[in-house]
Design a protein around this ligand. Structure first.
Ligand code: FAD
Length: 372
């Protein structure tokens, strides 16, 4: 029996799900709110771990292409103190393929491949228990029924309320993101500070991270503990006002580090929200969640990896148990919850140490994770 399956969201999780189903010749409807693939800037580079995101790509038959595109040298990580002194300078071995980086746009295009995504199909609500499946409501007022609706629609999921009343809460840590282009030619001094991968500078309750993407593009993240309305007196569209606000917050840091903020042109405010560490729900036939929709956690290198592996595993479960879709989904959920809980604990504890009153905590965490 061929089930009517829809996935809400064409992020890493939704696309991995759809691509593995496609590999097995199973039809799937991908519903994406964005009107086109490049409707929004895609965001920074992602590191994909061997046993998580890379495993998902293997299940999709895309590992070799990923290895061609990804940047193993991007795993390099440098830590400075606020005076600009290098505390750690870790570089991967040439054959190290544990966590190579890939630009989000490249990953998306790799996963998209032959998939026929329905762009501009924002979902407003998913209602389980419809006679012949779950009913999907769209922004344009239309409705459609599917046997299984997979909510891979991220932090502010419109699918989630069908299975769980829980909503994300603010961590107390916020991020302001900016970026630099052509860093090697336009800002060679900063390029040297950043190196091949990332540089992180830890201060009291704040940090600055710069991460190299391909083509000389660099994403810069200023992260700090603050109330949600810390910028209430600032016009977020006024780049100079935001820059001054940030420079005041990072006052006293080395000029070579603050140049990361001086050269950014546009600043985007991204407060960090999370779901509870152990977010589960009573199984609802016809609807499930994966990725950030199921387990939003601090962005410490796990979210996209988990979303992709879950997408791939759910697709395989659907393929392996075509007669008993509901049992397959139940088993998938149990497995996802157990793994996500483990990572939510790790990343929550990690955020506490990386944006901490004691910056030495961040260096100690690095030494624990990446012993030289
Ligand atoms: C600064 C930063 C750095 C990060 N770095 C890493 C990293 O290195 N490694 C890592 O593993 N993770 C990283 N993450 C986390 C990672 O980005 C997320 O965990 C991951 O994108 C989640 O994937 P997803 O498919 O679940 O959701 P998303 O990527 O959020 O995708 C959801 C999709 O659903 C669509 N959508 C939303 N609502 C609707 C709707 N109502 N109807 C239809 N479509 C909808 C959206 O347009 C989007 O395309 C980082 C996060 C941040 C913020």
């Amino acid at each position: 029996m061929r089930h009517r399956i829809a996935v809400v969201g064409g992020g890493p999780g939704g696309l991995a799900f759809a691509r593995v189903l496609h590999r097995h010749g199973r039809p799937v409807t991908v519903l994406e709110r964005d009107p086109a693939p490049d409707a929004r800037p895609p965001g920074g580079t992602l590191d994909l771990h061997e046993g998580l995101g890379q495993l998902a790509l293997d299940k999709a038959g895309l590992l070799a292409e990923f290895q061609e595109l990804s940047r193993p040298e991007g795993q390099a990580m440098r830590i400075l103190d606020t005076a600009g002194t290098v505390l750690r300078d870790w570089r991967p071995r040439p054959d190290d393929r544990a966590n190579p980086e890939i630009d989000r746009r490249q990953l998306r295009d790799l996963l998209l491949g032959p998939l026929d995504v329905q762009w501009g199909r924002g979902v407003t609500q998913v209602v389980p228990g419809a006679e012949d499946g779950a009913l999907v409501h769209f922004e344009d007022g239309r409705q459609e029924t599917f046997d299984l609706v997979v909510g891979a629609d991220g932090a502010w999921s419109r699918t989630r309320p069908a299975v769980s009343p829980v909503t994300p809460h603010y961590t107390g840590v916020t991020t302001v993101e900016t970026s630099l282009d052509d860093v090697d030619t336009r800002h060679p001094d900063l390029a040297r500070v950043i190196g091949d991968g990332s540089v992180a500078v830890y201060g009291v309750n704040r940090k600055l991270v710069a991460q190299r993407n391909s083509g000389g593009h660099v994403k810069v993240y200023a992260q700090f503990r603050a109330p949600l309305d810390w910028h209430a007196h600032l016009d977020p569209a006024d780049a100079e006002a935001v820059r001054s606000g940030l420079l005041a917050l990072f006052d006293g840091w080395a000029a070579s580090v603050l140049d990361l903020l001086h050269h950014g042109a546009v600043f985007v405010h991204r407060p960090l929200y999370v779901l509870p560490v152990s977010h589960t729900w009573t199984h609802v036939p016809g609807v499930t969640l994966l990725g950030d929709a199921a387990h939003l956690m601090p962005p410490l290198g796990a979210g996209a990896n988990l979303a992709m592996l879950e997408g791939a595993e759910l697709a395989e479960a659907v393929v392996a148990a075509p007669a008993d879709l509901d049992d397959a989904v139940r088993a998938f959920e149990e497995r996802m919850w157990a793994r996500a809980e483990k990572w939510a604990k790790i990343t929550t504890a990690g955020l506490e140490r990386l944006v901490s009153p004691d910056p030495a905590q961040a260096v100690a965490l690095f030494d624990q994770v990446q012993p030289s």
